[in-house]
Design a protein around this ligand. Structure first.
Ligand code: SAH
Length: 509
């Protein structure tokens, strides 16, 4: 008997208002398992790169222009795609901006699936209004100020009855208008005509929850002019009501030290995540331009031999997060686990390296994580007594500097220095390089001499942009940067201090 493909449940997932961190855990899990992802225009591409497996199909189904017959045609295409892939037995996620059931036609999509007998589930998302409330600092309800909140749209093309302006004008609480950017003059005028006080505070919040969030405020009487002079564009929300006036002391979001700043991070992918996170928490818009990438060695022979004999060593040393990842992957491929290291001690250079080791090799714990992330730091942390006469296995990049093995040998150790991975120069994102050359970034972060030299090559004839502050980690990188004729504005002592150093570099140029 041939087995018929069973339609898998389709998940309608709310992606949240913009910041990828506001996706729910349930949504992230469904994305990780999805075979097909249908996504909208306002979805942050990082959700797709971070959460979706590489073998999955991601299909853009965003609608460019609101309203009109073409929109309905596009909506029918979405319904067909969902049904077709589900019936083929694929796990389908329909990823929608904000919440699926707030002005997103999610209801239509669920009704369609239901009518076809295709199982589905709905995962709520943080709707744009709630994102904007939190990040623009507008508590929608507040004792003595607003006792109700209404979500509305002024948009005519969303189907159904026109907004009941008379009733809206009678409300005294907070009203949030979706899709209101272009109809703002009419919204304001109509609310006043239906009874709302012209002096009622109004905020327009553009790109809420993202590093490019912008808020303009006024009153019903003047907001149309204010927003038009400021050039407010979609996506934005119009928030009407006295709660808007609570905002100044609650505006934590744009008060963060790096808010509105553009920072370029040239760290390799393996070690960039923690740095990017730190900078984003401080409010920066971070762009990543890895100047270095890693590949497995041409042959695993030397590594495999070294791993099989690792237990005869006194120390095994891993010097980078990429090294930790490759070690974990290779042990796994060989069917080995932490016991392969036997009684050898494990040193991890850098907290990020130690983190990757702990999270990727079950029950492994580095014996030594020196505070200073370089050869000198490791040697100092070990101390001469633990070096002389001892046997070290260094698992590192193919083109790693010789300082560490040189120093260990000079102190009387035997050292096997085995290339665990190759470092390569990736293809640059030309658009980002051009933006950098044009001075689009307030600061750039360089964490190795090699990255600096690569960036210099990518820049070609363009000089280092005058307005961009240059931040490095550690004296070795700084020296390499200066050798290129570039000025180091600030040097961070270690990765945990990076964001603080960038903040300082921008506060006191
Ligand atoms: N389902 C979505 C809304 C889709 S309608 C949700 O729950 O948020 C699209 C409208 O949502 C836009 O016109 C805008 O008014 C609003 N919107 C979406 N993302 C936004 C953001 N980051 N900032 C401000 N408004 C946003």
């Amino acid at each position: 008997m041939t087995r018929r493909a069973v339609p898998g449940p389709v998940a309608l997932v709310g992606a949240g208002p913009g910041d990828p961190g506001l996706l729910t855990e349930r949504g992230a899990r469904l994305l990780r398992h999805a075979d097909v992802v249908l996504y909208d225009r306002l979805i942050d591409p990082r959700l797709l790169t971070r959460c979706v497996k590489t073998s999955a199909r991601t299909i853009y189904v965003g609608k460019e222009k609101p309203g009109g017959a073409s929109r309905d045609r596009e909506q029918r295409r979405i319904l067909d795609l969902m049904a077709r892939h589900a019936r083929a037995g694929r796990r389908v996620v329909r990823l929608k901006g904000g919440d699926p059931y707030i002005f997103g036609r999610g209801g239509e999509e669920a009704l369609h699936l239901s009518s076809l007998g295709i199982p589905f589930e709905v995962v709520p998302g943080v709707t744009a209004a709630l994102g904007a409330a939190a990040t623009a600092g507008i508590p929608f309800t507040h004792r003595g100020v607003a006792r109700e909140v209404t979500f509305a749209t002024a948009h005519a093309a969303t189907g159904g009855a026109a907004p009941s302006w008379k009733a809206l004008g009678q409300l005294r609480g907070t009203i949030v208008f979706y899709m209101g950017t272009y109809s703002l003059p009419r919204v304001a005028k109509t609310l006043i005509a239906s009874g709302r006080r012209p002096g009622t505070p109004v905020a327009v919040v553009e790109r809420a929850t993202t590093p490019r969030q912008r808020t303009v405020t006024g009153t019903l009487a003047d907001i149309a002019g204010v927003a038009s002079r400021a050039g407010v564009r979609p996506p934005s929300l119009v928030i009407v009501g006295d709660a808007v006036a609570l905002r100044p002391p609650l505006d934590w979001f744009s008060a963060r030290p790096l808010f509105g700043r553009n920072v370029l991070v040239c760290r390799p992918r393996d070690s960039a995540a923690a740095t990017i996170d730190q900078l984003e928490v401080a409010g920066a818009a971070v762009t990543s331009l890895p100047c270095l990438d890693f590949r497995p060695p041409a042959s695993w022979r030397a590594v495999d031999r070294a791993l099989r004999r690792a237990t005869s060593r006194d120390w095994v040393v891993i010097t980078s997060p990429a090294g930790a990842r490759f070690l974990a992957e290779r042990l796994d491929a060989l069917g080995l686990d932490a016991r392969a290291l036997g009684t050898a001690r494990l040193a991890a250079v850098g907290a990020a390296t130690a983190d990757v080791l702990r999270s990727s090799i079950p029950s492994i714990r580095p014996d030594l994580v020196p505070a200073s992330e370089n050869a000198a730091g490791l040697v100092a942390a070990l101390g001469p007594r633990r070096i002389r006469g001892r046997s070290f296995l260094l698992l590192r990049a193919d083109r790693a500097r010789t300082e560490l093995p040189d120093r260990l040998r000079a102190l009387g150790a035997t050292v096997a220095d085995v290339p665990l991975y190759r470092s390569i120069v990736p293809r640059p994102d030309r658009g980002v390089v051009a933006d950098f050359a044009a001075g689009a970034f307030d600061a750039v972060l360089l964490t190795s001499g090699e990255s600096a030299r690569t960036l210099r090559r990518w820049l070609g004839r363009s000089p280092f942009p005058e307005r961009t502050r240059l931040v490095t980690i550690g004296p070795v990188t700084s020296e390499a940067v200066r050798a290129l004729g570039w000025r180091v504005d600030r040097e961070s002592p270690a990765p945990p201090e990076l964001a603080a150093t960038v903040i300082e570099a921008l506060a006191h140029p």
